[in-house]
Design a protein. Structure first.
Length: 51
């Protein structure tokens, strides 16, 4: 399944995960579960756009 992503898509997904990690470590007021859910939804949307 990774083949359908392409390098640019993988870079964007990694960027989303890195930003989420940074936000979680910075002590954001948002619930961690909400931040992770938002990240996963964003990554899923990237994949939908690629396919």
């Amino acid at each position: 399944q990774i083949r359908g992503w392409g390098l640019a898509g993988l870079e964007r997904a990694l960027r989303i995960l890195m930003q989420t990690d940074l936000t979680l470590r910075s002590g954001s007021a948002a619930p961690p579960e909400a931040l992770v859910s938002r990240a996963l939804i964003g990554i899923a949307r990237l994949r939908q756009g690629a396919g």
